[in-house]
Design a protein around this ligand. Structure first.
Ligand code: SAM
Length: 259
C-alpha cells in the first residue's frame, strides 16, 4: 500500500483557513509553560508550524517532514527560532522536548500507535504531545474514491492506492497514551466547512486524501477519473448559493507526560 503521496504545497494550500482551524483548536489545549523546545512532526508546508512562534516565542521550533516538496515550501518561514528538516516520523527520535505536535500526519502511518511510546520518551517530564488526524474515512468523499478506484479501468492501477490504514479513535489514544504515563485529553469534532468555488470538495481532496489514487493513474485515465469522481462528489456535496458544505470529522489527543 502506498501511504504517502508526492505532495503539492500549492494544492494543499487551497482552503488553508479551513485546514488551519483544527491545528489552532489542538494547540489551544496544550497548557505548556516555560517552553524551550517544540517539534512539529509532519510539518508540511510550514505555515502552521510558523504560527507556533507566537504561541511559544522563547522556543526553538523544529519542523520535520518526509516530503522534499513540502520542505521547499516551508523554507520561507525558517529563522533563528524555526528550522525544518527532512525526516520520517517512523524513524524520528528525540529527547527533552517540551511540546511535540503532529497535525494531519499520522493517518498516513499505519503503525502510528507503535510510535507513541517513542514520542512520549522524547518529552521531558511534564511535556506535552498533541495529535490531530482526520477521522473521515467513511465519508462520501472517501467512500466514492475507494469505490471508483476499485472499478475497471482504474482498479489495476489505483485500487491499492485507495486503501488507507484504519485510524485510532479518541478512546484508543486515551488507552495508548495513558499506558505511557500521560494524562490524556482526547475528543472528536465534526467541522462543517463551507467551501467557496466550483468543484470545491474535489479541489479539497486533490490536496490530500485523493493524491495517492490520482498519482497512481496514467495521465489519460487520471483525467477521466477526475471528471467521474468530480461529478459524483458534486452530487454528494451539492454547491448551494452560500457555498458547498463539507462535514469533516477530526480526532484529537493531547497528552501531558507525568512529571
Ligand atoms: C496533510 S499534510 C499536513 C501538514 C501539516 N502538519 C499541516 O497541518 O498543514 C501531511 C504531511 O505529513 C507528511 N508525512 C506523511 N507521512 C510522513 C512520514 N512517515 N514522516 C514524515 N512526514 C510524513 C507529508 O509529507 C505531509 O507533509
Amino acid at each position: 500500500m502506498r501511504t504517502s503521496p508526492v505532495w503539492s504545497p500549492q494544492q494543499y494550500g487551497t482552503y488553508a483557513d479551513e485546514r488551519a482551524r483544527p491545528f489552532r483548536d489542538l494547540v489551544e489545549r496544550v497548557h505548556a509553560t516555560d517552553v524551550r523546545s517544540v517539534v512539529d512532526l509532519g510539518c508540511g508546508p510550514g505555515a502552521l508550524t510558523a504560527t507556533l512562534r507566537e504561541v511559544w516565542p522563547e522556543a526553538m521550533i523544529r519542523g520535520i517532514d518526509s516530503s522534499p516538496q513540502m520542505l521547499e515550501a516551508a523554507a520561507q518561514y525558517a529563522d533563528d527560532h524555526l528550522t525544518f528538516e527532512l525526516g520520517d516520523v517512523r524513524e524520528w527520535t528525540g529527547s527533552d522536548a517540551d511540546v511535540i505536535v503532529t497535525n494531519a500526519t499520522l493517518q498516513w502511518v499505519p503503525e502510528q500507535l507503535d510510535l507513541l511510546p517513542g514520542f512520549v520518551r522524547a518529552l521531558r517530564p511534564g511535556g506535552w504531545l498533541a495529535i490531530q488526524i482526520p477521522g473521515n474515512g467513511d465519508a462520501p468523499s472517501h467512500a466514492i474514491l475507494r469505490e471508483l478506484a476499485g472499478t475497471p479501468p482504474y482498479a489495476e492501477y489505483a485500487k491499492d492506492a485507495s486503501l488507507r490504514p484504519d485510524v485510532p479513535g479518541p478512546a484508543e489514544y486515551v488507552d495508548a497514551l495513558s499506558a505511557e504515563g500521560c494524562v490524556v485529553d482526547a475528543w472528536e469534532t465534526t467541522y462543517f466547512h463551507l467551501l467557496s468555488g466550483d468543484n470545491a470538495v474535489l479541489e479539497w481532496v486533490k490536496g490530500t486524501g485523493a493524491r495517492p489514487v490520482l498519482q497512481s493513474l496514467p495521465d489519460d485515465l487520471r483525467v477521466r477519473f477526475e471528471a467521474e469522481y468530480g461529478a459524483r462528489l458534486a452530487a454528494a456535496y451539492p454547491q448551494k448559493e452560500y457555498g458547498t458544505l463539507l462535514p469533516f470529522r477530526r480526532i484529537f489527543a493531547v497528552a501531558q507526560k507525568r512529571g
